[in-house]
Design a protein around this ligand. Structure first.
Ligand SMILES: [Zn+2]
Length: 137
């Protein structure tokens, strides 16, 4: 039987990877968001659509789930699959959870490694993963 770390009703903190855009000043309009013709009429910049900034890159990082400050386990899914029918064949195991705040039955399926029993542990794991990603670059 497969052990699971959390049980129904346990309060946990979820972590997620977010992909944030890295913005820079538009090179076509210099951040003005518009161009001025010799006649004095203005036209919206076609590169940044008037915002003055464009997306240069994306930066991904782990942080506490922004939609749910705290989660409460509502479903535990333990899956054990034997890779073939022969006795002694490897067994693949996975434990996933659904939480009341993010939907039970339909909603987010959380991996065990992305749930933590305290905010401090969740933050420490985010820092560890972000450091790992930075080191890998
Ligand atoms: Zn522009």
């Amino acid at each position: 039987m497969l052990e699971h770390k959390y049980d129904l009703g346990d309060v946990v903190y979820g972590i997620r990877r977010y992909n944030e855009p890295v913005m820079e000043t538009c090179s076509q309009c210099g951040g003005e968001g518009q161009h001025t013709w010799k006649s004095g009429s203005k036209v919206r910049c076609s590169l940044c659509w008037g915002s003055g900034t464009v997306t240069r890159d994306h930066y991904s990082h782990w942080t506490l789930d922004r939609n749910h400050a705290v989660l409460c386990i509502g479903q535990v899914r333990v899956k054990c699959t034997q890779v073939s029918q022969y006795p002694g064949a490897d067994v693949q195991k996975s434990v996933k959870y659904m939480c009341w705040q993010s939907g039970v039955g339909g909603g987010t399926l959380w991996a065990e490694k992305d749930l933590w029993p305290s905010k401090a542990e969740a933050r420490a794991e985010c820092a560890r993963r972000n450091q790992e990603a930075a080191d890998a670059k």
